[in-house]
Ligand binder design. Structure first.
Ligand SMILES: Cc1ncc(COP(=O)(O)O)c(C=O)c1O
Length: 446
């Protein structure tokens, strides 16, 4: 028997009070019925005899925050488990057991260079995270006071942070120009290129906008003008999802990270062009060719390699499959919620990765939507887990050209090899319901 409670809000009730109230009922598995006629009236239908703090019992989680971290792939988990169980020796040990693991690590390293056509041209160093790889590259090169490095303010903090450190020692940081679609404005850049430029750092796919930077073409153009300038590419959001080749050797350093592509956390890597300077962050036993001391984790390395292989072997098919879901979600969101805005779109000039879809719901705080959706076991992101916020202004969104008035309304969904259109459909429906409820709560404009 259902038990209906009708709630009247006072005209003065704030949005916050209403939000807390409604979520209290949601947390207790009570179904809400909005009575739009009354304007301020709610019917709360008690559906399940007992209240419980567990929401969406029996419903499956929809995880759309893969750009922050992805679930480990089945095959990578199997490899990890086997490695942890059986391959526990220290690869630096002189005995047969340790040496056999060291040999396998070298095979995995070779796979990494071969898979981007960089064999014999690049070294590959295993690190613990993309953050470590970025720091290693950007703190490696020598510079004189007044030398210039270019980076865009929309970059990940693990690129900006080490350059800020170099700035304290006299490196001049200049802004890499992006056009209104978020793509590198090459004409403006080359017209104003500072003759003291020694480094350019940029992401292949921006973690917030999904915009794909034409890193290969740009690097070639830059190297033709200034061969000695170093180019660091952060491929954390693209590796094994979009193709990239190091065959032409225009890129000097390239970062990749395991947990963004279905491998375990705690392992990542960096490509370094042979002959280009790279300095260790960690000194000690001299592992990783003296570039990263500390015991190598064979289980993590082999599981990371397995995840990359799975991604590389299905790269094109997966790209098309995810692209299809991306387009359907985008279209459905626009149909269901006409006010939704998409700040980044593919066009002739600009390509956006189908693994990342960023949108804006004007007037409703993205954090409120996030809280609402998580009660439905649906996970998305309101900003990058690491992006900087200064007094409500988000420097990354600003750098990407998103109007200040929308900084609190930006949402990002990001996909993986496990994402299905079924999930996309539920997501669109649930988001529409959430926004209908929230819009109803918004103070009516007179
Ligand atoms: C472009 C980019 N670079 C670096 C990182 C940091 O990755 P990690 O967690 O492996 O340090 C991220 C994570 O969001 C990222 O998106």
């Amino acid at each position: 028997m259902s038990n209906v409670i009708i709630v009247h809000f006072k005209k003065k009730s704030t949005l916050f009070i209403k939000f807390i109230f409604i979520n209290f009922f949601k947390l207790n598995n009570l179904d809400l019925k909005l009575d739009k006629k009354g304007g301020q009236r709610y019917e709360v239908e008690r559906k399940f005899g007992i209240s419980t703090l567990c929401t969406r019992v029996g419903l499956q989680m929809i995880y759309f925050d893969n750009a922050a971290s992805q679930k480990i792939r089945k095959e990578a988990l199997e490899t990890l488990n086997k490695g942890l169980k059986n391959c526990f020796a220290n690869p630096s040990a002189k005995h047969k057991f340790g040496q056999s693991l060291l040999k396998k690590i070298e095979d995995h390293r070779n796979y990494f260079t071969k898979t981007v056509k960089g064999k014999d041209l690049y070294d590959f160093v295993f690190t613990s995270s993309a953050t470590e790889s970025n720091n290693m590259a950007l703190l490696s090169f020598d510079f004189k006071e007044g030398d210039v490095a270019y980076i865009s303010s929309s970059e990940h903090p693990s690129l900006i942070g080490p350059l800020k450190e170099c700035e304290k020692r006299g490196l001049v940081i200049k802004e890499l120009p992006l056009d209104e679609s978020g793509i590198l404005d090459q004409e403006t850049f080359f017209q104003n290129l500072d003759s003291k430029v020694i480094l350019v750092a940029l992401s292949h796919v921006n973690n917030q906008s999904g915009v794909i930077q034409p890193v290969e073409e740009f690097s070639q153009r830059l190297k033709k003008i200034k061969e000695e300038t170093k180019i660091h590419v952060d491929a954390t959001q693209s590796f094994s999802k979009l193709s990239i080749s190091l065959f032409d050797q225009y890129i000097d350093y390239m970062t990749v990270s395991s947990h963004k592509l279905g491998g375990p956390k705690g392992i990542a890597g960096i490509y370094v062009k042979k002959g280009v300077s790279i300095k260790p962050l960690l000194y000690g036993g001299g592992q990783e060719k003296n570039l990263r001391s500390s015991t190598q984790s064979f289980p993590l390395i082999s599981s990371f390699t397995r995840a990359v292989k799975e991604g590389m072997d299905s790269l094109e098919g997966e790209y098309n499959r995810v692209d299809n879901i991306y387009k359907k979600i985008r279209t459905t969101l626009k149909e269901n919620i006409p006010e939704v805005l998409f700040p980044f779109s593919s066009s002739d000039k600009c390509k956006v990765s189908p693994y990342i879809l960023t949108f804006v719901v004007p007037n409703i705080s993205s954090d409120i939507i996030l809280r609402h959706m998580e009660q439905e076991e649906i996970y998305l992101s309101s900003t990058s887990a690491c992006s900087s916020k200064v007094k409500g202004e988000n420097t990354v969104f600003k750098g990407l050209g998103i109007d200040n008035k929308y900084h609190k309304n930006v949402l990002r969904i990001s996909f993986s090899n496990e994402t299905t259109w079924e999930e996309g459909k539920i997501f669109c429906e649930k988001l529409k319901n959430c926004i209908d409820e929230m819009s109803f709560l918004m103070p009516k404009k007179k």
